[in-house]
Design a protein around this ligand. Structure first.
Ligand code: ATP
Length: 444
């Protein structure tokens, strides 16, 4: 766009987008910002004169290439290719460089100069204070994770029970905390219990509390988890493991909204938001009579599936970075992965998901000599060990995620990506084309 039309555009739309209380920005076909409102400038800590003409991905993503090259859905593509409105969730970086999840609505805007632009209105999904605690942050930018974050953000506003489904170690407890931290109950407590640790004999007293002398050996009155979580969120992990008789008791409380301490008479109000999690197929447990159907429908009002790490391999580099930083900080170390160790990690299947990745890194930091983690320090089984073959050459669907992960790690640089895979740039180019990626940048 010429300088003249840029200034015309700027004048005609500036006052319009300034009316938006959320950050709003107008972007041209070449990803350049042509106008942005005050909320956008404040959020991303950039002055007006430094903003116009800059690439949107530089400002919000701190990157030097468009976000769709890094595995994210990009409204830019949808708007300019199809003229359609698109809503996506992205990770943006605020003016202080802190990551945060945002919901973006992108729509086509036709201005008096006849040009089409992308108009984006951006809504912060997380209050910045909720994202500040690094331990609690759900790290990742892959499509499957951002889709789950979108669902979690929408569910957070409602009081309805949520069932989180996913393999062990995918981050169900972290997701439950996210729900709590983004809900109107965030000022109240978050109480988590792993139901497999509750023996049947103690289930009732642990859940609902007991009065003094309610049963043999019990001294004094004790509040249960329902009371501990008052005004907050009660997270029942592995809910599928609750014995049938106890399921009936839990259902009664959820239906009536009241409970009694064991040995008590007073009916207490169950003022909690229930979030449950399971790593097995609860519908199947219902079909085989191991889980009550009525309880299932009560707890699974909103069901959110959390992706396994295999389904979001593109997040591995970011997770490695975040987890290593935490482990290093906790141990006063500065360990980092050698290229060979990194390639070795990328070949692993991670049946134990993020927890397994964290444990592998913890072990590696403890075992490595000096600062560099070598493949041998990772302690991964021989079964999927380095064979010298290109990364996952026959994994079909996984190949796409690996390419995304490499694009992320090497900022889309073709030479470096090809080297990491042990293939030529031409082969890499063919693979990228096959998976519908735009050609990445050349150079190392
Ligand atoms: N997206 C993520 N970003 C950063 N850390 C994560 C992420 N997902 C999981 N983790 C980390 O992985 C570990 C396992 O997560 P969590 O306990 O939430 O998993 P889970 O699905 O509840 O596991 P289980 O089913 O065994 O209870 C934790 O240390 C958590 O902090």
């Amino acid at each position: 766009m010429s300088k003249l039309s840029a200034s015309r555009v700027h004048e005609s739309v500036q006052s319009l987008i300034d009316m938006h209380e959320h950050p709003a920005v107008l972007i041209d076909r070449a990803y350049r910002i042509v106008a942005a409102n005050r909320a956008y400038r404040t959020t991303y800590g950039v002055k007006s004169e430094q903003l116009i003409g800059r690439h949107c991905y530089e400002i919000s993503h701190h990157r030097d290439s468009p976000c769709h090259l890094h595995g994210e859905d990009c409204p830019h593509q949808q708007v300019f290719a199809r003229g359609e409105i698109q809503r996506v969730v992205h990770t943006h970086f605020d003016g202080k460089g802190r990551p945060e999840y945002v919901g973006i609505k992108g729509h086509p805007v036709v201005l008096p100069d006849g040009e089409i632009y992308l108009g984006e209105s951006i809504q912060r999904l997380a209050p910045p204070e909720a994202m500040n605690c690094e331990e609690m942050r759900m790290v990742g930018r892959s499509r499957p994770l951002l889709h789950a974050i979108d669902q979690l953000s929408q569910a957070a506003a409602s009081p309805a029970p949520v069932l989180l489904a996913g393999e062990s170690g995918v981050g169900k407890e972290l997701a439950a905390r996210y729900l709590h931290d983004h809900s109107p109950r965030r000022g109240g407590p978050f109480v988590a219990i792993d139901c497999t640790t509750l023996p049947e004999s103690l289930f009732e007293s642990e859940m609902f509390g007991h009065e003094a002398g309610a049963f043999t050996g019990c001294v004094g009155r004790k509040a249960g988890l329902f009371e501990d979580a008052r005004n907050g969120t009660l997270f029942l992990d592995e809910i599928g493991e609750i014995p049938l008789a106890m399921q009936a008791k839990l259902l009664r409380v959820l239906e009536s909204g009241t409970f009694r301490r064991v040995g008590g008479r007073e009916a207490l109000h169950a003022d909690i938001r229930l979030v449950a999690a399971t790593n097995r197929d609860l519908r199947n447990a219902v079909a085989t009579g191991r889980f009550r159907e009525d309880l299932y429908y009560r707890i699974a009002c909103i069901t959110i599936a959390l992706p396994s790490l295999r389904e979001r391999r593109a997040d591995i580099p970011l997770l490695v970075e975040a987890l290593l930083a935490r482990i290093n900080a906790a141990n006063g170390r500065h360990a980092r992965l050698s290229e060979a160790a990194w390639t070795r990690l990328m070949r692993h299947d991670f049946p134990g998901n993020v927890r397994e990745l964290r444990n592998v890194l913890q072990r590696a930091v403890a075992l490595c000599h000096g600062q560099i983690i070598e493949p041998g320090d990772l302690g991964l089984e021989e079964a999927d060990a380095d064979t010298g073959a290109p990364v996952a050459p026959n994994w079909g669907g996984l190949e796409r995620e690996q390419l995304e992960a490499l694009a992320e790690r090497y900022h889309g640089k073709r030479r470096a990506m090809a080297d990491a895979l042990g293939i030529s740039e031409r082969t890499l180019y063919r693979r990228l084309r096959r998976h519908g990626f735009a050609a990445p940048r050349t150079g190392t």
